[in-house]
Design a protein around this ligand. Structure first.
Ligand SMILES: Cc1cc2nc3c(=O)[nH]c(=O)nc-3n(C[C@H](O)[C@H](O)[C@H](O)COP(=O)(O)OP(=O)(O)OC[C@H]3O[C@@H](n4cnc5c(N)ncnc54)[C@H](O)[C@@H]3O)c2cc1C
Length: 255
């Protein structure tokens, strides 16, 4: 379907027509500001079940159950869809691991109805680059969390990151305290996705919101004095210890 720019009503009509023709059990969208707008409209018009920002999916006795995080991620809620033959889900990005492909999907053509768009794309406005650095472009990152203790301690980790050729990032409390600019914050409400190859997390516990921004990084090295910290569940390499002592060791090796 040739759509030059995003027009939610055109997508909505096309997906609805496709769903009514093919009657799928599930329609999956990536959760984004766009799909958040039109996926529930598709569900409402088609009389389908719907859940947005889904973080897990399972089957309970053959019935689909979607899991959503609610109350600022403090609770997980299970949603079922009794008597709905089709269910629309918008799934959170970076939460589901890609499965190994073991076949070729059947590709068929579908002529979407021509719909008159009620909205018009006028222009795209680049967000103002307010930060000192764009951490989403960093190849190697070293991030500090609340374990850093005090504002004056941040500088030594900045120097360490610089000496290793790493870009300094942080968890939200550090940005909230104003110890580093917000542009350095990794996670759900910061730079959501960092694309680096190596991510060193120092004094970061591993909240779901922080991990949303970095858990896909291939090499995560976690340094935390608490062996039970959640960050170790996703780390490739973990060091249980004091971040200041380990920073000192690293300085010794690389100076
Ligand atoms: C809607 C919402 C959005 C959010 N978005 C984000 C986000 O984008 N990014 C984000 O990071 N958070 C975000 N948060 C906050 C998140 O829930 C956590 O509060 C935050 O990530 C915790 O940061 P932290 O790991 O630095 O601190 P803490 O959870 O306090 O962990 C500090 C860790 O440091 C360790 N430590 C202490 N001293 C040392 C030491 N000397 N050496 C080694 N380890 C030490 C401790 O064992 C502990 O594990 C969000 C929260 C909400 C509700």
């Amino acid at each position: 379907m040739p759509v030059a720019s995003f027009q939610s009503d055109v997508y909505e009509a096309a997906v609805l027509a496709l769903a009514e023709a093919r009657k799928p059990a599930v329609i999956l969208f990536p959760h984004s500001v766009d799909t958040w707008g039109y996926a529930p409209a598709v569900a409402m018009r088609g009389g389908f079940g719907c859940a947005t920002d889904v973080i897990d999916v399972k089957y309970d006795g053959g019935d689909l159950v979607a899991v959503r995080a609610v109350y600022a991620e403090k609770l997980h809620m299970e949603v079922d869809f009794p008597e709905r033959e089709t269910v629309v889900l918008t799934v959170r990005t970076n939460v589901f691991k890609p499965t190994e492909a073991d076949g070729s999907p059947a590709v068929s053509e579908f002529a979407a109805p021509q719909t008159q768009a009620r909205t018009e794309h006028i222009t795209y406005i680049e967000p103002e680059q307010t930060g000192d650095v764009d951490i989403s472009q960093a190849e190697y990152m070293l991030s500090v969390g609340r374990g850093v203790g005090e504002e004056e301690n941040v500088e030594q980790f900045k120097e360490l990151a610089d000496s290793l050729g790493f870009t300094l990032g942080c968890s939200r409390p550090i940005a909230d305290n104003g110890w580093l600019p917000k542009s350095r914050q990794v996670g759900q409400s910061g730079k959501t996705v960092v694309k680096c190859k190596v991510y060193v997390a120092m004094g970061i516990s591993g909240s779901v919101q922080h991990m949303a921004g970095m858990k896909h990084v291939p090499s995560i090295i976690a340094i935390n004095k608490d062996a039970e910290a959640s960050i170790f569940t996703i780390a490739k390499y973990g060091v249980v210890g004091d971040m200041f002592e380990i920073a000192e060791e690293l300085r010794g090796h690389f100076s």
